[in-house]
Design a protein around this ligand. Structure first.
Ligand code: AGP
Length: 364
């Protein structure tokens, strides 16, 4: 991949379109079918050390933080290690307890974000083990970390991150699978997830083919003053990331909430002028998510669902291919990158260089 626009009008569009190949790259050479696991030599973490990890704390900013939230869920689900993500910018200012049995993971596309780098330096000064999940090879965070993995998304030029988000989440799926197979994840689950990972590039290509349909939907929503994004558990970080993408490039105000929190306040905002984008995967929470759609419809709210099948209560459904439940968030974010893109395009925004933002924030 190069810095050439390759026939696209914007880098954002080029980078969204490159995701099937990018995901293929992050997987390449890492899958071990013999033991139904993945090799991540760069972690510098042997099996005995991996078994000794009591917690995982993931640190990043913006989109990388959202990818880290999905990463924490994957690690907790597959490796059964308590894990969470926190904005690096908050972590470094609250004098956190640094625990020797916690594995710290710093996430960054650029590898140069100051808040993340400063958190890594502070952790290392206190003797913690820090891994980097980074895109830019040889960047400051990659150099400072004790080990880690490159996400191999290729150069990302547009200020807003798209393909690197997807690849970072896939990288976390690999890390979770690796840690899981050293701990209690079974061979059959390992096989199942590897088969799911291998399906991703073709499924991403299939989603990208639905761009015209997403464009039409985006043009309908382009006039909105504000939008609500909801999801539960695996869908919540997807909702957060989709709302960030929309506000960054379209300047439409957007909020993301866990669907379970609607009745605790944000339901008061629902009315015909506030569209809701709902992440509705076919998982154990499907009926609960559908109940949230009913609540919104009962208040005449417009709904766009991203789901594995048509949702009756939604005004529009973008149907995405089903993968293994744990990997579903990887695919559900992609149509929402296109939604943000076409909404901003319809509004005549400067997509690659949104106002007030820089590609990497190397100052405090
Ligand atoms: C992404 O669309 C953003 N512009 C921004 O939130 C970004 O993800 C954040 O600044 C972190 O950057 P990094 O991944 O290079 O560390």
């Amino acid at each position: 991949e190069s810095y050439d626009m390759g026939g696209h009008d914007t880098y954002m569009h080029k980078e969204i379109s490159e995701q099937a190949d990018a995901v293929d790259r992050v997987l390449r050479g890492r899958i071990d079918d013999r033991f139904s696991t993945v090799h991540l030599g760069g972690l510098n973490l042997d099996a005995r050390e991996a078994r000794g990890i009591r917690r995982v704390k993931i640190l990043g900013c913006g989109t990388s933080y959202h990818a880290g939230m999905i990463g924490a869920q994957l690690i907790e689900e597959l490796a059964r290690i308590p894990a969470d993500a926190e904005p690096a910018s908050e972590f470094r200012y609250r004098n956190p307890v640094v625990d020797p049995d916690t594995l710290y993971v710093a996430v960054s596309q650029s590898g140069e974000t100051y808040d993340v780098l400063a958190a890594v330096q502070e952790l290392k000064r206190k003797g913690a083990r820090v891994l980097g999940v980074v895109n830019v090879v040889g960047s400051a965070i990659a150099r400072e970390a004790d080990g880690g993995m490159y996400v191999h998304a290729g150069p990302e030029v547009c200020v807003v991150s798209t393909k690197c988000f997807t690849n970072t989440v896939v990288a976390f799926a690999l890390l979770a699978l690796h840690l899981g197979r050293i701990r209690d994840l079974s061979v059959s689950d390992g096989k199942r997830l590897i088969a799911g990972l291998r399906k991703l590039p073709a499924q991403i290509a299939a989603i990208l083919e639905t761009e015209d349909e997403i464009k039409k939907i985006a043009e309908e929503y382009a006039g909105a003053q504000s939008m609500m994004f909801i999801g539960r558990v695996r869908g919540y970080p997807v909702a957060l990331e989709a709302s960030l993408k929309l506000k960054e490039i379209s300047y439409i105000h957007a909020e993301a909430y866990p669907a379970s929190e609607l009745k605790h306040g944000p339901l008061a905002l629902i009315e015909p002028a506030l569209p809701t984008v709902a992440i509705v995967p076919d998982d154990e929470l499907l009926e609960k998510n559908r109940a949230a759609l009913e609540e919104i419809k009962a208040r005449s709210g417009r709904i766009l669902a991203v789901a594995h099948r048509e949702q009756e209560k939604a005004d529009h459904t973008i149907v995405v291919p089903k993968n293994e439940t744990e990997l579903d968030p990887i695919l559900m974010g992609i149509p929402l990158q296109l939604l943000a893109y076409h909404t901003a395009l319809a509004m005549g925004r400067d997509i690659d260089k949104p106002r007030n933002l820089a590609k990497s924030v190397t100052v405090e």
